[in-house]
Design a binder for this molecule. Sequence first.
Ligand SMILES: Nc1ncnc2c1ncn2[C@@H]1O[C@H](COP(=O)(O)OP(=O)(O)OP(=O)(O)O)[C@@H](O)[C@H]1O
Length: 303
Amino acid sequence: MTEAEAHMDFDLELEPEDLDEEAPEAKLGDPCLVVDDLHIVYRVIGARGKKAAGGAHITEVNEKQSFVRRLISSGRQHVGAVSEVHAVRGISFTVRHGESVGIVGVNGSGKSTLLRAIAGLMPAKSGSVHVSGEPSLLGVNAALMPQLSGERNIMIGGLALGLTPKQVEERFDDVVEFAGIGDFVYMPMRTYSSGMGARLRFAISSSAQPDILMIDEALATGDAAFKAKSKARIEQVRENAGTVFLVSHSISTIEAMCNRVLWIHQGQLVMDGPTHVVTEEYKEFVRAQRPAGKGPGKGPGKG
Ligand SMILES: Nc1ncnc2c1ncn2[C@@H]1O[C@H](COP(=O)(O)OP(=O)(O)OP(=O)(O)O)[C@@H](O)[C@H]1O
């Protein structure tokens, strides 16, 4: 089984506790996020090949250098060609307050890149992201530091989300309890399992009642009890007219938590609609890929 197929199996994994659950009806408010024809490009030095993970497009960049520039750089070590990975290619959508939006797609399709762009952590090559609301939208992922203890990261992450030091102190015990990391909170974050790290990030980012709560896979790494707690917290955010974005390979988690789903493939939006309509199509697509045994070959809607 290829790595892509292994992930696809995980995609379709249904957990018994989620089967009967559906995301509650959303009370929708005004638009709070507009993504307009967004393009995100990574520049990679020394890369070769035409396709990256998930079929993202790679272009080798032939930079014409001036005579002076060539003269200056002639003494430097040659680091290879510069390539561009076009990870998000012309995505547009609008989200309203109170929506809970899931993002699905095979590995490397551009989900995390899109989330990071919405969080303001990735510059757009072209197009734009317009956000209304507090800058607590900032994902804490960028702010957390693996060499520092969980305790220090709770403070840094809380401050990055706009809390005062006193507010962080008041919420400290709740964050540790929610993340279920016990005394590990005094250890450097680099010693955490990926699940512990993900749970702590979720606990920090949801402690500030953000306008837009963004979750990347954290829920997939938690047990049933953590999922139940997370679901309650997501609903709390939405009740306060917040918006939730969730990237997960667990379709059952997306179905339990989201009212709307965006399906991204090779950096493009292939479907945007009510959760079950999109997840059914997506599951069909993933199943159709399996017999070929070669991972994601054809794109959706390409026969
Ligand atoms: N820092 C980077 N530099 C260069 N290319 C990158 C970088 N990060 C991601 N990419 C490429 O951009 C494309 C989209 O990656 P991204 O991580 O957004 O996909 P994803 O859908 O979140 O994948 P996964 O489900 O595996 O987490 C992939 O082809 C990936 O290889």
